[in-house]
Design a protein around this ligand. Structure first.
Ligand code: NAP
Length: 336
């Protein structure tokens, strides 16, 4: 196999790829750089040389884990998925014999879903996974970041059935999910109020927010305006404090709801006339293509905060876990 991007060849002549592993739960330092054999795609899979991946808030939660109940689903004593990472962009470098939609050289982006594994120079994914071709105008960095916040925001926005002239308040508006929510809500014709730190007012207004308030002011109002949709992106408030901002019959979205909040949400939505949306989102190829179409039309911008090299993954995790990234954080994996 000819591949200029393989970092090294083992003593038995097998090409190796660099991966970042998390063989145990814990702080960012559990992440280690290792060299593995390059995977061979199955008949229905493509192999992608990853150019960029992203560190998302979900990644550090799985690494830690936070909440602890994550262990029930990802491994009681140690993580079952040794390589984290849920979004990528890259170039197809090998295809299985039954693959019909992609060929070697295609530029692609997408998500392996909960199989994870994008903290690596190569990944094999089914051609039926949540992947699609990277548009000409989109950079690999944008391609790697479009799915996490974008698919989350779009799924919840659809559940709320946001329509023209609805009012929505986006709490935690500078987050990955928040920056996506602002733009999608605007696209569907809503009036958007962003709540974030003062330092992020320019950012949220530049992507379409009609007005911006800082957290302290917003939460301290005694007689607040009420909205059709309250979209809490960052899991930093109690359910009850959101209800004061919601019209009767309105929609409350708790993107980062804890299990306790999910349980409470069930009862509150029954006894008060509101709809509360919680729980994991469904990633769909239709939604990914929708986001890409909007981006191609210049109506959706992937907000990127900063980039790290693959071998600086520990620092990248520290930064994202600190909880103040603006939009998305990119990891440079291999050269374009
Ligand atoms: N339900 C699902 O399927 C699903 C899918 C994806 C993500 N999520 C969850 O969604 C949440 C958001 O993810 P994300 O990646 O978008 O988050 P993120 O980008 O990591 O969030 C960072 C942002 O949070 C803001 N923030 C920090 N402390 C805050 C506070 N006390 N009040 C308000 N905002 C604050 C920061 O703004 P400042 O720097 O201005 O403070 C920063 O812009 C996470 O809890 C994640 O687990 C759920």
């Amino acid at each position: 196999m000819t591949n200029l991007h393989c970092k090294s060849i083992s003593v038995i002549g097998v090409y190796l790829l660099r991966v970042i592993t998390n063989r145990k739960y814990g702080p960012p330092e559990v992440l280690k750089l290792e060299e593995w054999e390059i995977p061979i795609p199955k008949d229905d899979q493509i192999r992608v040389r990853i150019i960029k991946t992203a560190v998302n808030s979900g990644d550090w939660r799985l690494r830690k884990p936070d909440p602890k109940i994550v262990r029930l689903f990802f491994g009681i004593f140690k993580p079952r998925s040794v390589i984290l990472g849920i979004s990528f962009s890259g170039i197809v470098d090998q295809v299985g014999k039954n693959v019909s939609s992609y060929q070697v050289g295609d530029r692609v982006l997408g998500s392996p879903g909960m199989k994870l594994g994008t903290y690596a120079e190569y990944i094999c994914v089914s051609e039926k996974a949540i992947i699609t071709k990277l548009p000409e105008k989109m950079s690999f960095a944008e391609g790697a970041c479009i799915s996490f916040g974008g698919l989350t925001a779009l799924d919840f926005i659809k559940r709320c059935q946001i329509k023209t002239n609805d009012s929505i308040v986006v709490y935690g508006a500078s987050s990955s999910v928040g920056t996506a929510t602002i733009q999608l809500a605007k696209h569907f014709g809503a009036h958007v109020t962003a709540v974030c730190s003062k330092g992020n007012f320019d950012l949220v207004k530049s992507i379409g927010a009609n007005e911006a308030y800082d957290y302290e002011f917003f939460l301290s109002q005694t007689n607040p305006k009420q909205y059709d949709v309250v979209f809490e992106c960052v899991g930093k408030t109690e359910i009850e404090s959101n209800l004061a901002f919601l019209k009767k019959g309105g929609n409350l979205v708790l993107v980062g709801a804890t299990f306790r909040q999910m349980w409470d949400a069930l009862w509150i939505s029954i006894f008060k006339r509101i709809k509360i949306h919680v729980g994991p989102i469904k990633e769909t190829i239709e939604n990914l293509n929708f986001l890409i179409t909007l981006a191609n039309l210049g109506k959706y911008k992937v907000v990127i905060d900063r980039s790290y090299a693959l071998d600086a993954m520990v620092e990248a995790h520290r930064y994202v876990e600190a909880g103040h990234k603006k939009g998305n954080v990119v990891i440079d994996v291999t050269q374009e």
